[in-house]
Ligand binder design. Sequence first.
Ligand SMILES: [Fe+2]
Ligand SMILES: [Fe+2]
Length: 396
Amino acid sequence: MKVEWKAETPRKIQHYAGAVYPKENPDLEDLLTSADVDHIAEIFQTPLTGSYNWDYQIQDDRIKKLYDLGKQLNWDPEIDIDWDRPWPHEERQPEMMNLHEYEPYLAMDERTRSEFWLHMNAWSLSQFLHGEQGALLVASQLCSCAPTLNAKLYAGSQTFDEARHVEVFNKYLQQRIGVMYPINTHLKSIIDKILTDERWDMKFIGMQIVIEGLALSAFNTTRETTPDPVLKDVVYLVTRDEARHVTFGVNYLEEFVKTLSDEEREERAEFAYQACVVSRERLVATDVFRHFGWDVEEARKQVLDGFVMSTFRNLLFQRVIPNLNRIGLLTDRIRPKFEELGILDYENLATDGDINWSALERPLDTQEAQSYEQSMLAEFAKEHEKQEADKASSAA
Ligand SMILES: [Fe+2]
Ligand SMILES: [Fe+2]
């Protein structure tokens, strides 16, 4: 085993030979083979305050039930997903990213455009993968620092869930896409903050409420929009686990936050808000723009000006905001800041604290994933059409 310790996060794009993505293979000249690969490791330091639990009190509560469900609903990326399905026909939709009239995009030839969309796909799936690694590391910390026995056991089961999530996205990227992007610097900064904070509840708030809440929405969108049946299955299986993780976070924190002083609560509210602000920034594929030699700031603005991105950026918070409200972190002081971001309207939507046991207990059914309701997508297309029509009529 050869480990290479890095002081900084590597920024290099990695390529893998033999992936099934049906485009002409992109620039593989700097292809790494497994023989050349070192284990690349970056150190983080954490003043973790852990605890034993000596009363072994198992309360027969929701946390226990979620732990039991985690045991029952294990799945295996090798067994439960059919990886051999061919890549389906794929429509390019540059208007989704507001690039359909963007000069640098139009200037690309066909082959480069294909490569560009491959990279966009690789970029966003790579962020899922890196986020899952962050979740794996945080969940393992929670085993040490959660104060009650049920929560320690639960965190143990979540750690195994996250290991499978890392496995499945890694396999998908290497076998199906063939290109992997480094972690987005904004995502890295949130994970760094969560991993290195010594307070266990900050880890819960950052990971279970903000990052996983956003991931739930992003995974659902991916499942509805991807043409690849393999990816639909991957996100279906991962989402089932994530729904449990978020539910656990909301239920556990709801009790805990009540025990905090006003000052401590404000500190948590500010932390959650900052995590949301940075999360919004991490949604634009600036590393891809850079790779293709675009003006990064200009391209970022172009994408954010589009209907899809500006709407999607807010829609992603549909789970996070009601959950923050439920656990008591939408304080009077912090609410105007969320209002400024335009996402406070979601505060009264259903929360993940009201457990939908029948949804969480549903047996594995990837068939169902294939036919998952497209209603949100249809709704979205209708709204887009309406906005376009409004735009056209006001221009006329
Ligand atoms: Fe996960
Ligand atoms: Fe998770």
